[in-house]
Design a protein around this ligand. Structure first.
Ligand code: FES
Ligand code: FES
Length: 151
């Protein structure tokens, strides 16, 4: 089947099998490899994207469900001139090690700051609770979110 959607503001069209995931469509059919594929079960958050403005795991959205919807991936957060403030803060805070989890954390943190510009630690913890990192121990990631909030 054919699906039409908007990705990072651009109209896109792809031939898909209706049972494949939005994550597969983004990465393998539309050329947006920023969202990472780790568990494919909604457990790790590495595939986090905004779907009509709501944070979702792209691995849990079927390709067919994306018809007519609006998707923002990590590639869509920066503008043409500079990185998103969350991306800058992750670099500045040293919150990236292997980097596999980073796109998901960045999208989730950007979503948090959109909704809650000055989050407390519990709100940061809650917002990032769906994202797993096996490298950093989370402290630097939390530092980055606090840094982005105060930027
Ligand atoms: S790959 Fe989607 S939540 Fe892990
Ligand atoms: S930086 Fe390696 S999994 Fe998070």
């Amino acid at each position: 089947m054919k699906v039409e959607l908007r990705v990072n503001g651009e109209p896109c069209e792809a031939d898909v099998w209706e049972g494949e995931s939005l994550l597969y469509v983004l990465r393998e059919r539309l050329g947006y490899p920023g969202s990472k594929n780790a568990c494919e079960q909604g457990e790790c958050g590495s595939c986090s994207v905004l779907f009509d403005g709501k944070l979702v795991c792209a691995c849990l959205v079927l390709a067919a469900q994306a018809q007519g919807h609006d998707v923002v991936t990590v590639e869509g957060l920066a503008d043409e001139v500079r990185l998103h403030r969350v991306q800058e803060a992750f670099v500045a805070a040293g919150a990236v090690q292997c980097g596999f989890c980073t796109p998901g954390f960045v999208v989730a943190a950007a979503d948090l700051l959109e909704r809650t510009p000055d989050p407390n630690d519990d709100e940061i913890r809650e917002a990032l609770s769906g994202n797993l990192c096996r490298c950093t121990g989370y402290a630097k990631i939390f530092d980055a979110v606090r840094m982005a909030a105060s930027a």
